[in-house]
Design a protein around this ligand. Structure first.
Ligand SMILES: Nc1ncnc2c1ncn2[C@@H]1O[C@H](COP(=O)(O)OP(=O)(O)OP(=O)(O)O)[C@@H](O)[C@H]1O
Length: 604
């Protein structure tokens, strides 16, 4: 969704029309909130009509895990910021699938509005052609980044349009939409009316530095003010609704400062969904786009209907968004849902920004990093791992290529890749690449197994709590512990001693390889291709890799007699620019560890 628009569109919510509804009694919403707390899951909540019965509890256990990214605005192709949310969402989806949950991972594109029509005209194309082209660039990038979404919704999809109209009519029938005049200064780039106080000289928009134009239109307004109290109550009862917890205060203070009704139609924008019963107006792009989370659930073959879509998985378990669009998701969206009598999402997580030179990277500012370039240069695993590991989920993070190369080399190439490679090398030389004993027996009496078990449990809890960076760190600690174990035991010299020492060394190799197996599964939400390459080296088939679940991180999967594949580097060390320049001076050496580029991206 358009953050261009986002920062900018926010103000249209502070219009102050003469509201015929304000005098009406506020609808009391009896929202009974049910907390689902278990040892394994972080507290989440959903709206329910009554106390939970055992039947409902088992129904809840079977509920799909529905998570969403924002629907990205097709004013421009994706950049690393859009990729960041989607990578994080994919890691969470993969983790939930490992737990055995039925996951519905929704992403897509937000395609309406005057700005899109203008972008199309600037490129001599129709809005529809423009949307097709840009939307496709998201689909292509998600493929290159190994994003395994389940639904890709485009807001120009006819099924979406049908559901938006039905939703609009429902809210109108509930008395929450009214008509009023509005006159003000309009920023086309933001697609919203501006408050004069915030404009720069010559009525320039502070975001786009272009003059706003005076406009007068009669619009339809949504009675957001009616929902101030219900929203306050919802947040007070369910502080986990907004995550990370420090963003809750922000949301609460927005609400406390007073919610004003907002305009949800545009008289002068053709490129949008027509307002039911008034084809001269189109529905405001945010009112339309948020509904993509529901219309995505509608099956292509069936007649689109709000009820049917809702019954396929609503309410969502998690909306993953950037903090720029928190207000839309944590204030306006819940109010719209309450008005339509639909359940609220269980959690809205607003992560931080990827910044460049301290500024939010974004399409409007044009200070973006090209994810395609990074993937071409470094492979999808490296890109996914770096951003998940380096940016603490929730906070901001700055990108630097040096840091990228250092982290990825140290963690994926050295700590994990080299450990696997040298262990398999020793196994090949001394044991014909065959495990001499079951890993469960090999580890008897060692503390290393306990260390691995503790760390993998920590990773699980971190994933559950959306502490994605900490989850990666816990997995990396397993490989660091493996390297220490290997160096401490020095199996290469034990093999030279022969006899019992040699037998002990063979066991040590089994222990390390079992730890690698655990690492492969535990890191697979973040680095699916790399994890598959590790699994392949351990002698498993692709089917076996796909069948693995989180319970397979339990120690003891590798059995005596299993034959490992020929040792091959699973992750090529990335050379920095300086290293490459130095090599130009020195005679060329063939790098032993070099993986062909094509192996960087293996379908997972
Ligand atoms: N710099 C960023 N860091 C992290 N996430 C980002 C960043 N930029 C965009 N996103 C993600 O994309 C969402 C906004 O999508 P949108 O399509 O509006 O992109 P945008 O680049 O912010 O647009 P614009 O620059 O035009 O405001 C954010 O809520 C977030 O999920």
């Amino acid at each position: 969704m358009a953050a261009a628009a986002a920062g900018a569109r926010i103000n249209c919510f502070f219009l102050n029309p003469i509201n015929p509804l304000n005098s009406k009694t506020t609808t009391r919403l009896t929202t009974h909130l049910h907390f689902r707390l278990s040892r394994k899951t972080p507290p989440t909540f959903c709206t329910r009509a009554s106390a939970t019965t055992p039947d409902e509890t088992s129904a809840a256990a079977n509920d799909p895990f529905v998570l969403t990214t924002p629907l990205y605005y097709v004013n421009a192709p994706p950049h690393m910021g859009s990729a960041y949310t989607t990578i994080a969402a994919d890691a969470i989806a993969r983790f939930q699938r490992l737990l055995g949950k039925r996951v519905i991972f929704i992403t897509g594109t937000d395609e309406h509005g005057e700005k899109i029509a203008a972008a199309a005209a600037a490129n001599d194309s129709t809005p529809a052609q423009h949307c097709d082209l840009i939307s496709q660039s998201y689909v292509t990038l998600w493929k290159d980044l190994d994003i395994g979404y389940d639904k890709f919704i485009r807001t120009t999809d006819p099924k979406h349009e049908a559901i938006v109209k039905e939703f609009y009519s429902r809210v109108r029938d509930n008395g929450d939409i009214y008509r009023a005049d509005y006159q003000g200064l309009y920023c086309i780039n933001c697609e919203e009316y501006k408050d004069e106080k915030e404009l720069l000289e010559n009525n320039c928009c502070p975001t786009h530095l272009k003059p706003c134009v005076a406009r007068k239109e009669d619009n339809f307004f949504f009675a957001l003010s009616k929902y101030q109290k219900p929203l306050e109550e919802t947040l007070a009862k369910n502080p986990n609704f907004v995550q990370p917890s420090y963003r809750l205060n922000e949301v609460q203070s927005w609400i406390k400062s007073g919610l004003r009704d907002f305009s949800i139609s545009r008289a002068l924008v053709d490129w949008g969904i027509p307002v039911p019963n008034d084809s001269k107006q189109t529905i405001y792009v945010w009112f339309d786009a948020l509904l993509g989370y529901i219309s995505a659930l509608s099956e292509d073959m069936e007649q689109p209907s709000l009820e049917r879509a809702v019954s396929s998985g609503w309410p969502a378990s998690l909306h993953l968004i950037g903090k720029d669009i928190l207000r839309f998701h944590a204030v306006y969206w819940p109010a719209m849902l309450m008005s339509a009598g639909l359940g609220l999402p269980k959690m809205v997580f607003g992560h931080g920004f990827l910044t460049k030179d301290g500024m939010k990277m974004g399409k409007s500012l044009g200070n973006t990093i090209e994810p395609n370039d990074l993937v071409q240069k470094f492979g999808s695993d490296a890109v996914r791992y770096f951003f998940v590991r380096e940016v603490e989920f929730g906070g901001d993070g700055d990108y630097s290529e040096d840091r990228f190369i250092n982290i990825v080399n140290a963690h994926l190439a050295n700590s994990i890749g080299n450990l696997l490679n040298r262990t398999l090398g020793l196994l090949k030389k001394n044991c014909q690449s065959t495990l001499v004993i079951d890993s469960s027996i090999a580890a008897e009496g060692t503390t290393f197994k306990d260390t691995v078990e503790k760390l993998v449990e920590k990773a699980r809890v971190d994933y559950e709590n959306l502490s994605l960076s900490s989850a990666c760190e816990a997995v990396l600690e397993i490989s660091n512990a493996g390297n220490s174990y290997m160096d401490g035991r020095a199996p290469w010299s034990l093999f030279k001693q022969g006899g019992a020492a040699s037998e002990a060394a063979a066991k040590d190799l089994v222990i390390i390889l079992e730890a690698m197996r655990v690492i492969a599964i535990a890191l697979s939400p973040v680095t699916p291709s790399l994890s598959w390459r590790i699994y392949r080296q351990l002698g498993y088939s692709k089917d076996q890799f796909y069948a693995a679940t989180w319970s397979d991180t339990r120690w003891g999967g590798l059995k005596g007699g299993q034959v490992m594949a020929q040792p091959q580097p699973i992750f090529a060390r990335i050379e920095s620019q300086t290293e490459e320049e130095n090599r130009v001076e020195a005679p060329k050496k063939v790098k032993k560890n070099k993986l062909p580029q094509s192996q960087q991206v293996v379908e997972a």
